[in-house]
Each structure stands twice: as C-alpha cells, then as structure tokens.
Design a protein. Structure first.
Length: 292
C-alpha cells in the first residue's frame, strides 16, 4: 500500500488542536451499529480511520458510504480480532499506509443467542434446556472469548506499537453487565466484567509507557445482537425485557449510536490526557438508578 504523509503541516496544525484531528485510529468491529457511528464521527473531526472487521465486503460498503459523504480518510482492513496473525497484519497495513497508530478502539464484540439462557431465573418447573444447565458450552466460550480475548489480542498487538512510540490511547467496550449481571446473558456479562477489570489492569500496567486505557459502557442500544431480546419479533413494540429496560432508564429511551460519539472522542483525545482506567457509562442514567 502506498505510504501517505499524515505528518505534513496541515495535519500537524490539526494534530495540535484538541480532539482527534490528525490522529490515526484503528477501530475493530467498525461495520457494527455502534462503531460505524464512531468511525463517521472520528472522520468528521479530521482523523484517519482504519475500519477493521471480518468481512471486507461490509467494510468496503461502509468505506464507500463514508466517502460518498466526503469522508475519504478511511481504509478497510480485514481481520478477525481472535486471530493474532491477522491483527498483526492489520497493524502492518496501517503502519504502511500512515506510518503510526495513535488510537485503538476495541469495538468488536457482542452477545450471541447460544451464550444466552432463555429463562431469566430457574424455577422448579423451568425446562432444563432454558436454564444455565442447558447452556451450550461452545456458545458460552464463543461469547466470552470474543469479548475478552478479542479485546486482549488487539491491545497486545497495537499496544506494543504504541509503547514503542511512547504514546497511545486504547478505548475498550464494556456494558451495563460489567457493573451488575443482567439476566440471560451470563457469558456476555462475565466477559464484559472481565473487560472492565482488564481495562483498569492494563491502564495501570501501561501508564508509565505513556499509554492510556479506558472503556465506554454503553447502556441499551438496539443492535443486531440484542434486537431479539428487546424488540418483539413481529415489530409490534418492545419485549417484556425491553419494557423493563426502558422503565429502569431515567431518560426513558434506548441509546442512539450517535449518543456515544462525544464520550468516545473525548476519552481518546489529548483533552482526557490525565484520565486512564475509567469505565464510563453512556446509559441514560441506567446505572445511577436503583430501580426504586
Ligand atoms: N448495542 C448495545 O446495546 C451495546 C451495549 C453495551 C455494549 N455493547 C458493545 O459495543 C460493541 C459494539 O456493539 P454493537 O452493538 O455495535 O454490535 P454489532 O454486532 O453491530 O457490532 C459488532 C461488530 O463486531 C464485528 N465482529 C464480531 N466478531 C468479530 C471478530 N471475531 N473479529 C472482528 N470483528 C468482529 C461484527 O461483525 C460487527 O461488525 C460490542 O463490544 C458490544 O458488546 C453494545
């Protein structure tokens, strides 16, 4: 790939300003519901963005959609975050294109029905297949590994390059389940609690190297992975669980992807230069509310 100069005077002027202008940002899970909004926002604020994901066709469709809006400083890079060699190759592609990596956003992750129990609680009459004891071990491991190991591997690969450069920022994705378990999604909650713990651990470990590590904890945003839990199949409204979430959310709505942009941009920018090891809820007050 041809090397592009991102250290020229124009970029340097931008890089001196607060925000993400002139920064080289890698986003995993870029074509997902939440991260595509972040990618667009980063580009609108003058960043260079590597769209990383498993499916080149989806990444290219996103890149073209962004380019049609005049946001041309993006490249598509195919990599599975669980495949270390592919992640290393993704980093090499970014370094070949832009010469450095400033920011990593670990957006790849999510839940899967196979790591979920249909029953919220087990009663004596609950069919066993709907309980923890019917949960498929492969499904549990898939969800756990995707969220935790799929964060750890890019942190190791990209974090090392940042350490070599003496600076860098990592932003992980936690969830409401990082703070309190949510019924049904046991594997997902265990993984996201681990991501929160790992975020604080890595922030401590890498602070002397000039690397900051934080996480966003989005509240409830409707996406492909949780639609089946929140929205009725026939589209007639929310599920009982969806209604419960809304009732527990002081702002009385689900999040919109753009709700995350300001928080993400702030945490990865130099304006947050003394902030590391935080897990920031962006949740319409869900965590703040006791339920009573
Ligand atoms: N949507 C919500 O309400 C919500 C709430 C809290 C946290 N989150 C977290 O936010 C992040 C983004 O979620 P989303 O709602 O946009 O989900 P999404 O499913 O729309 O996006 C996830 C993206 O990750 C990609 N991905 C999956 N496995 C991958 C792998 N092995 N390698 C590379 N890419 C892979 C998917 O293809 C998809 O593009 C996830 O970590 C999710 O757990 C979401």
């Amino acid at each position: 790939m041809e090397r592009e100069d991102v250290n020229g005077a124009a970029a340097q002027n931008c890089a001196d300003k607060a925000g993400v202008a002139g920064k080289v940002i890698a986003v995993t899970g870029a074509a997902g519901v939440l991260c595509r909004a972040l990618c667009e926002d980063f580009l609108r604020h003058g960043a260079f963005v590597a769209l990383i994901g498993r499916h080149m066709d989806k990444l290219e469709a996103l890149r073209e959609e962004l380019a049609a809006k005049g946001l041309t400083a993006a490249i598509s890079v195919e990599a599975d975050v669980l495949d270390r060699k592919a992640v290393e190759a993704a980093l090499a592609t970014i370094l070949a294109k832009w010469g450095r990596i400033d920011i990593l956003v670990n957006g790849a992750g999510g839940n899967h029905p196979k790591g979920t129990t249909p029953a919220e609680q087990m009663e004596p009459t609950t069919p066993v297949e709907d309980t923890f004891f019917g949960m498929n071990e492969e499904g549990f491991s898939h969800v756990f590994n995707l969220n935790l190991t799929g964060t750890v591997i890019p942190c190791q690969v990209f974090g090392k390059a940042m350490c070599d450069a003496g600076k860098g920022v990592i932003l992980n994705f936690c969830s409401m389940a990082s703070f309190h378990p949510l019924t049904k999604v046991g594997a997902y909650g265990a993984a996201k609690a681990a991501v929160a713990n790992f975020t604080c651990w890595l922030a401590t470990h890498l602070a002397p190297m000039g690397i900051r590590v934080n996480a966003l904890a989005p509240g409830f945003f409707v996406s492909d992975q949780n639609r089946f839990l929140l929205i009725a199949k026939d589209g007639s409204g929310y599920t009982a669980r969806g209604n419960k979430v809304i009732a527990h959310t002081p702002m009385r709505r689900f999040g919109e992807p753009n709700d995350l942009c300001g928080a993400a941009r702030f945490l990865v920018s130099d304006e947050a230069g003394f902030i590391t090891g935080v897990v920031l809820p962006v949740d319409g007050g869900f965590i703040a509310h006791s339920g009573v």
